[in-house]
Design a protein around this ligand. Structure first.
Ligand SMILES: *[C@@H]1O[C@H](CO)[C@@H](O)[C@H](O)[C@H]1NC(C)=O
Ligand SMILES: *[C@@H]1O[C@H](CO)[C@@H](O)[C@H](O)[C@H]1NC(C)=O
Ligand SMILES: *[C@@H]1O[C@H](CO)[C@@H](O)[C@H](O)[C@H]1NC(C)=O
Length: 376
């Protein structure tokens, strides 16, 4: 600083300039830290489970400028997955092919027909997002990291240059984010795309999925979705809670037991959902969401093996040079039997059997073992 007093005015000005620059850098750093915190929270939120936000370190999907790739080298450091790619890619192709074989075999099983076959209704077409530029269709299934996939497709469609630049409030606004739903197209356009595009969706163990939906919609109760707590939960409690002594619903809240009974009651639930105005996508079966027996999907990813499935899907869709899926914290996607047992403990076998009967199609279609440890 003393230099400033002795030196000519020019040096002094330059010094001040330096300090200002340093200050500005500090601010930018602070803002970046804040923004990255916010983004990593959102990413975790997408899974509907708390997993120490610090482990999900890479905030958004990294995107390379989508100009023609002349340099085949990876421009970004890869997420630190076990570096066992080359020989395992074809192995994984076998795994993925087996899934599709199983799927089409189960679709042909007539005793499961009413649980596996649905019509390609507007409801289904609403679930499917279109990336025309790369000929991809993506059927959205909640609670398996879908926001990440949607962001990837939004960028591939060209509305935003990078994932980080997509405003959070636009990710799910399909009028404005350049990621149209299949339902917005004409029947001819739909048929053409269903026939020729790469099509995929992601599933997870059906009971773990329901636990995740329950926690996300009724326990955490995000303030921006009051509908679940204030309309749906009381209606379910009124109809399905055995003991009405505990009248103060607002305090006790929906129990997993009430939820299970509601989900397993085919007729009662149908009436109730009509009263709510629509299917609730968070617990409608995968078969009803994506019509996997009617639409011939190219790949069905499994949340439990997302570390292998995500890169495989990017490669199979021919976009692996353009995008990479964010690093997945170890253990976060793994099936947790202890958790499932914990949630179902104290729930009657009869209710669990009914629930299983309702979701049996999903268990069978996607190769998840029936939860015998719960029903026997
Ligand atoms: C059809 O599904 C039922 C119920 O899961 C099963 O018991 C039966 O073995 C299946 N049939 C065939 C031909 O796979
Ligand atoms: C499907 O059909 C079986 C009989 O084949 C019946 O027991 C079951 O309740 C039906 N499930 C649904 C969801 O309609
Ligand atoms: C499984 O779930 C239980 C109960 O929610 C939890 O305590 C445990 O840490 C979980 N295990 C793993 C490996 O995530």
């Amino acid at each position: 600083m003393s230099q400033c007093f002795h030196g000519p005015g020019l040096t002094c000005g330059a010094m001040r300039h330096h300090w200002l620059l340093l200050g500005a850098c500090g601010w930018v750093l602070l803002i970046l830290m804040f923004v990255s915190k916010f983004i990593s929270f959102r990413a975790v939120d997408d899974y509907g489970e708390r997993v120490g936000a610090q482990t999900w370190t890479i905030p958004g999907t990294k995107l390379v400028k989508p100009n023609p790739v002349s340099n085949p080298e990876e421009p970004h450091p890869k997420p630190s997955h076990p570096p066992t790619e080359v020989p395992t890619v074809s192995d994984w192709q076998l795994v993925v092919d087996k899934r599709i074989e199983l799927l089409s075999a189960v679709c042909k099983n007539s005793s499961l027909r009413n649980l596996t076959h649905v019509s390609i209704s507007k409801f289904v077409l609403d679930r499917i997002f279109v990336c025309d530029k790369h000929k991809i269709l993506f059927c959205q299934t909640p609670k398996v990291g879908n926001t990440q996939w949607k962001k990837v497709l939004i960028v591939l469609n060209g509305a935003f240059p990078t994932v980080e630049e997509i405003p959070e409030n636009l990710v799910h606004d399909h009028e404005k984010n350049g990621l149209p739903r299949l339902s917005s197209l004409t029947p001819q356009e739909i048929t053409h795309r269903l026939r020729s595009y790469f099509k995929f969706f992601i599933v997870r163990d059906p009971f773990e999925r329901l636990i995740s939906a329950f926690k996300d919609k009724f326990v955490k109760n995000p303030r921006f979705e009051p509908w679940y707590k204030h309309d749906i939960a009381p209606a379910i409690i009124r109809k399905y809670r055995k003991s009405h002594r505990n009248i103060d619903h607002a305090v006790s809240g929906l129990h997993f037991e009430d939820f299970v009974r509601y989900l397993g009651d085919v007729e009662g639930r149908r009436r109730m959902d009509r009263q709510f105005g629509e299917h609730i996508i968070h617990w409608v079966t995968y078969a009803e969401l994506c019509a996997p027996c009617e639409i011939h999907y190219s790949v069905v990813g499994h949340h439990e093996t997302l570390e292998r499935d995500a890169p495989h899907i990017l490669k199979a869709a021919g976009i692996e040079q353009l995008v990479s899926y964010p690093a997945i914290p170890p253990g976060i996607t793994r099936y947790n039997r202890t958790k499932v047992e914990h949630y179902f403990s104290g729930i009657s076998k009869r209710d669990i059997r009914r629930l299983y009967a309702r979701y049996k199609g999903d268990f069978n279609l996607f190769g998840y073992p029936s939860p015998d440890f719960l029903v026997n």
